[in-house]
Design a protein around this ligand. Structure first.
Ligand SMILES: [Zn+2]
Length: 275
């Protein structure tokens, strides 16, 4: 599942390639859009809302897509070869005279009225990368359920939008709080949110995601995907365990933490490292 900064950058690149230009070809390869054709419409803008991508046209329509686990949009110069995967994984093509935007493996793809976008993104909490980022509202939503563990709470896009598993793990490490700590027991929830906000913004203009300041492989994260390896700050082995919420067990995600650098509740030790 990509982080909000990945979607933000995808939207920016799509906007630069498509906005202000007339679509000369569109091709939607999903049954419910088989007859949809946006040819002749001008793309007005491409924006991200949390992890959703919205491509708007001057006809008052929006192409709504969501990447989920491995969906993506690739940009190619007109006439050049596509390289994002086999042809059967292509879900959509939006082409103007200069660029082709090709959507691969998009599990969510629909064309809706721009005026009805709130139907698909209205449930989202404040967007950490949005122009209307509202920290106070995000904190209000987080604190509304003080018994909730901070890890899953940060991933809940209805609470605040844009944080994925990477920035969850890393902002909690940098805050010295375990992912299992109830929100109400986190000494400074605002500081956690500000760290996540800062990390997302620091990485939004490039595809690589570093939380440590180093872009060298193996040095770019503190604890994320480092289970069993020494904490880069104190040397203790980084731990990992699945973490979910009773009401949504299917949404459990792996959490990483340093038992020495991060204080607060944590699960019983696991047998062997999980990755
Ligand atoms: Zn440590």
């Amino acid at each position: 599942m990509p982080e909000g900064d990945t979607i933000w950058l995808a939207a920016k690149r799509m906007h630069d390639a498509l906005a202000g230009r007339v679509l000369v070809q569109t091709d939607f390869r999903v049954p419910q859009l088989a007859t949809t054709d946006l040819t002749g419409q001008t793309v007005t803008e491409v924006v991200s809302r949390g992890k959703h991508l919205l491509t708007r046209t001057d006809a008052g329509l929006t192409v709504h897509s969501h990447f989920r686990m491995d969906g993506t949009w690739h940009l190619y110069r007109a006439g050049s070869r596509w390289s994002g995967g086999p042809a059967w994984q292509v879900r959509a093509v939006l082409a103007n005279a200069e660029w082709q935007a090709v959507g691969y493996r998009l599990p969510v793809l629909e064309v809706i009225r721009t005026g009805a976008e709130s139907d698909v993104v209205g449930h989202l909490g404040p967007d950490l990368l949005g122009p209307d980022w509202d920290e106070a509202e995000a904190l209000r939503r987080l604190r509304a359920r003080p018994e909730r563990e901070i890890g899953p709470a940060l991933l809940d896009q209805r609470t605040l939008a844009g944080i994925g598993n990477l920035y969850k793990a890393e902002s909690l490490f940098l805050s010295g709080v375990t992912p299992w700590t109830p929100v109400g027991d986190v000494p400074d929830v605002a500081a956690v949110v500000r760290r996540a906000h800062r990390l997302l913004h620091a990485n939004k203009n490039h595809w690589q995601q570093t939380t440590t300041g180093s872009t060298r492989r193996g040095e770019d994260h503190w604890v994320f995907e480092r289970a069993g390896r020494p904490c880069r700050r104190c040397g203790a082995p980084v731990l990992s365990a699945m973490q979910g919420e009773p009401e949504h067990p299917e949404q459990a995600r792996i959490s990483y933490w340093c038992p020495r650098c991060q204080a607060g509740r944590q699960p019983e030790p696991q047998r062997g490292p999980q990755r």
